[in-house]
Ligand binder design. Structure first.
Ligand SMILES: [Zn+2]
Length: 245
């Protein structure tokens, strides 16, 4: 019977498994567990998107997967882009270290996304500064959109559209939180840094459901940031040329 179990093991593992020492058996057991832990990355329901959560309970990662799937679904509706082979890594950190990034000035910053060549890493801060009340779910929804934008369009430079779409999609899922954050951004002390969030959200809310939005977004996300007024002007030009056609 023991021989039957050992079929498929490499000779070294077989020798250890047959060894009478309980220590060797424990080592074999741990060796068998190692590949299993590497498979913790889960597939979101939206096909093509892989996500891995680090250092969290299974309930948290299950909830996170639901949020990522929903973000990918809404992202596809708005941009017509389907998630491909991009991997999203999510880790919870006590505090975000945003060296060289002008992020700490955001009163409500709790998340940051960094992009690699085949995936993005999202950090979500667990320690709240005074006045921060955003839930990790709302932060994740916002950051996942940045990962999807990166996968779909590569490097982008239009911060207003990027932050705007992230707030627009997060706002469909967590409306009261996003409404409160945008309100605080308009009336709070650090409003200057948050203008792209507010203006971009406004633009996406106004046009996100219109049929030309996906094409418009694909072009405009690659161009320099021209703020709400610039985007509204370009949108107007597009509608006029469509009517003339
Ligand atoms: Zn953002």
């Amino acid at each position: 019977m023991e021989n039957a179990i050992a079929v498929g093991m490499n000779p070294l593992a077989f020798r250890f498994a047959c060894s009478p020492s309980p220590y060797f058996r424990a080592i074999i057991f741990l060796l068998c567990l190692a590949p299993a832990t590497l498979l913790l990355a889960q597939k979101a329901e939206e096909p093509g998107l892989m996500a891995a959560f680090e250092n969290v309970d299974p309930e948290v990662s299950a909830e996170g997967m639901k949020i990522i799937s929903e973000c990918a679904r809404r992202f596809r509706e708005v941009t017509h882009h389907k998630a491909g082979d991009w991997t999203v890594r999510v880790c919870f950190v006590e505090k975000i270290h945003a060296h060289g990034m002008n992020l700490c000035s955001h009163g409500q910053l709790r998340g940051v996304t960094r992009h690699g060549c085949d995936g993005s890493t999202i950090q979500i801060a667990t320690r709240l500064a005074a006045g921060q009340r955003s839930s990790w779910e709302r932060v994740l929804a916002h950051e996942v959109v940045h990962a999807l934008v990166r996968e779909a369009y590569g490097n982008t430079s239009n911060t207003t559209l990027n932050e705007g779409l992230a707030e627009y999609i997060a706002g469909q899922m967590f409306p009261s939180e996003v409404r409160r954050d945008l309100h605080n951004a308009v009336w709070g002390a650090s409003s200057q840094a948050l203008i792209p969030y507010v203006e971009g959200h406004r633009f996406c809310s106004e046009h996100g459901e219109e049929k030309d939005f996906a094409d418009f977004f694909a072009k405009a996300i690659k161009t320099n940031d021209i703020g709400y007024d610039g985007l509204a002007h370009e949108w107007q030009e597009l509608s006029t040329s469509n009517i003339e056609r």
